[in-house]
Design a protein around this ligand. Structure first.
Ligand code: ATP
Ligand code: MG
Length: 344
């Protein structure tokens, strides 16, 4: 019997708008590292510089410089260029061409309904001046996913509406141009473990994000991590140590639930905190220790890799060449299905 588990193509990516943070690690990177080792699985990991430019058009330097940062974070977390194809979006010309064909399959009203795009437009305070490229980025994401015939997309919870949009495009495309054949592959979302699909920010905002300045970065030194944890949003009404404190919405406990899952000491601390008599600083110190054990090996590996940026760039070049071939092959199939392959 065919084992579906044994044959998956994975595509994910990150915007090079800053180094990667704990949200990326828990929400998506951990899954990617596991998947690259599964037999029969093919992984494509994209650094989405074109997508990052959609809301950073006036600051290309930031995007370009962060490409290498993201690549370093990938490898520091265990993504291995021998197992996964790591590439840069702008180096794959098939992607914008696919986007052009897909743009015609989505209405403006449908895009306006995308809850993640809606929230991001508000957050970025675009007002009436939304860049067109930003508005249509869910369509370019459909191009990224389908170009590699991805069947599985391991992402954070904020990407759910994007996957839904891609699935609609795949469905429309196959219906209109497929003549009974599936030209494009229908992708499935792979979310992180329950409760870990959207890591909140240290400020209590629902999402840790590079753009919100509320992140703990994988490259942060322990001193910086300590400062960030000490500034974390806890229970504003927990003023004196003896006051009973709230653990719901308290970021320190939220993070402990994620990073020290099942730790009996955390369960004990929760009870003590709610009863009163346990100060924030003590709980924060415990979280710092836990984060130290997660982040220090990553940071050390990253520092070693950062000594040879030319090797990282070469790795990205090789990956981009490989990715370009795959995407070109899909593009030929798409052109043929539409009928715009005039010269064979
Ligand atoms: P930006 O603010 O520039 O949009 P970001 O922090 O949202 O940056 P992205 O590059 O947009 O990061 O996201 C890359 C991947 O990481 C996506 O799969 C996304 O779902 C996941 N991700 C990002 N932030 C979080 C988070 N706080 N919790 C879980 N997953 C996250
Ligand atoms: Mg984002």
């Amino acid at each position: 019997m065919e084992n579906k588990e044994a044959k998956e193509i994975i595509l994910t990516g990150d915007r090079p708008t800053g180094p990667l943070h704990l949200g990326h690690y828990v929400g998506s990177l951990k899954n990617r590292v596991l998947l690259q080792d599964k037999p029969g699985h093919t992984s494509y990991i994209m650094i989405a510089d074109q997508q990052a430019l959609t809301d950073n058009a006036d600051n290309p330097k930031k995007v370009v410089e962060n490409v290498i940062e993201v690549a370093l974070d990938y490898m520091a977390c265990g993504l291995d260029p021998k197992k996964s194809t790591i590439f840069i979006q702008s180096q794959i010309p098939a992607l914008p061409e696919l986007t052009v064909y897909y743009l015609n399959l989505v209405t403006v009203n449908r895009l306006k309904r995308n809850p993640t795009v809606k929230a991001e437009i508000q957050q970025k305070a675009f007002g009436q001046s939304i860049p067109t490229g930003f508005f249509v980025y869910p369509i370019s994401q459909a191009a990224d996913i389908t170009a590699f015939k991805a069947s599985l997309v391991p992402v954070g919870d904020d990407q759910r509406p994007m996957l839904e949009q891609t699935r609609e495009i795949v469905h429309s495309f196959n219906q209109i141009y497929g003549k009974g054949k599936d030209i494009l592959t229908m992708p499935d979302i792979l979310l992180a473990k329950e409760g870990q699909g959207r890591i909140p920010g240290i400020d209590g905002n629902a999402k840790m994000s590079k753009s919100l300045g509320n992140a703990i970065y994988l490259k942060d030194s322990m001193d910086v991590v300590k400062k960030k944890v000490m500034s974390m949003y806890t229970d504003p009404n927990h003023i004196r140590v003896e006051d009973p404190g709230q653990i719901e919405g308290n970021m320190v406990f939220t993070y402990l639930d994620i990073f020290a899952e099942g730790d009996p000491l955390v369960a004990e601390m929760k009870e003590h905190y709610q009863r009163g008599g346990l100060g924030d600083v003590k709980v924060k110190r415990y979280l710092i220790d836990i984060l130290d054990s997660v982040l220090t090996p990553i940071r050390e590996k990253r520092l070693a890799l950062a000594k040879d940026p030319a090797a990282v760039l070469e790795m990205l070049k090789v990956g981009s060449e490989r990715a370009r071939k795959t995407a070109d092959a899909t593009l030929q199939e798409v052109r043929q299905a539409i009928g715009v392959n005039y010269f064979g």
